[in-house]
Design a protein around this ligand. Structure first.
Ligand SMILES: [Zn+2]
Length: 286
């Protein structure tokens, strides 16, 4: 009798926990309870308090959630313009980092990449590049590839054609001044795109780079969760999405802490890390 009561009590407790987890999306909203990994002190750089640092279209969290099949449709419809992964016959993957530069996470990610001699692709925001020009130059100097992630990070499907072109061209101009080339790779903010936008962007002579492995790190996940999302979904030719800068709502501590293990594990599995242009055999500059 006693045993039966205990089993029932346990079942009730677990059911309640499951209901709680389901409704609160507890796991998804979990922010690691750790201090910032900021190297010097804990206060944000003054530039990060500037309005210019904000993502124009709002947080990643509020804008994501578009259906995955939409990406697949575009890749099928525009095979020479829209890419979400590389060839399946070689054990090569590309790490990509969006939304930088900043003064906190981007330098730490660069340190880890340098330590493991891995080259990656950074899709930078023009406005933030203006705020942290030295970080942009460091990315280039250390052999990584820089792509265009728009000037202000708006949700471009909500813009008209003229505004869309302006967002990409302004960012191109800022980046060109800092790295001395016009990036030929573009990633749309929030991954938000439709056929109409692809047609507009086509005229700008850039290739659109999506991804097929999303670390979901913009949900402020723990290192363990980031690692699982990457390592359980990666395969030959994967383009892996991570972020090198956040917003007030995005804690990327998990990304930084997961990176070393992700690199070590994939190297052990004989994966080679390449930049997006190498993976897809494209030019990275115009
Ligand atoms: Zn972004």
């Amino acid at each position: 009798m006693k045993k039966k009561t205990m089993v029932i009590s346990l079942a009730v407790v677990f059911s309640l926990l499951a209901v709680f987890a389901f409704f609160s999306e507890y796991e998804l909203r979990f922010v690691p309870n750790k201090p910032d990994l900021r190297p010097e002190g804990n206060s944000p750089a003054p530039q990060e308090l500037d309005k210019q640092f904000d993502l124009r279209g709002g947080s990643e969290r509020d804008n994501r959630g578009f259906p995955q099949r939409e990406i697949e449709d575009l890749a099928t419809k525009y095979p020479d313009l829209f890419y979400r992964s590389g060839p399946l016959d070689e054990k090569r993957v590309a790490l990509t980092f969006d939304d930088g530069p900043d003064s906190m996470y981007t330098p730490q990610i660069l340190d880890i990449l340098k330590k493991h001699k891995v080259k990656a692709t950074f899709f930078l925001i023009g406005n933030r590049a203006e705020l942290f020009p030295d970080v942009v130059k460091r990315i280039k100097k250390e052999g990584h590839i820089i792509g265009n992630h728009s000037m202000n990070h708006p949700n471009i499907v909500k813009l008209d054609k003229e505004e869309t072109i302006k967002e990409i061209e302004e960012c191109e101009k800022v980046l060109e001044e800092l790295v001395e080339y016009k990036p030929a790779l573009f990633r749309s903010p929030y991954g938000s795109l439709d056929s109409e936008k692809v047609e507009e962007i086509k005229e700008l002579d850039v290739k659109i780079i999506a991804w097929n492995v999303d670390s979901l790190d913009w949900k402020s996940l723990t290192a363990e969760q980031v690692k699982t999302n990457i390592l359980e979904n990666v395969n030959e030719g994967s383009i892996i999405l991570q972020h090198s800068s956040g917003s007030e709502e995005e804690n990327l501590t998990g990304t930084v802490e997961a990176l070393e293990d992700v690199i070590k594990t994939l190297k052990k599995e004989k994966y080679e890390f390449v930049t997006v242009d190498e993976l897809l055999d494209l030019e990275y500059k115009k």
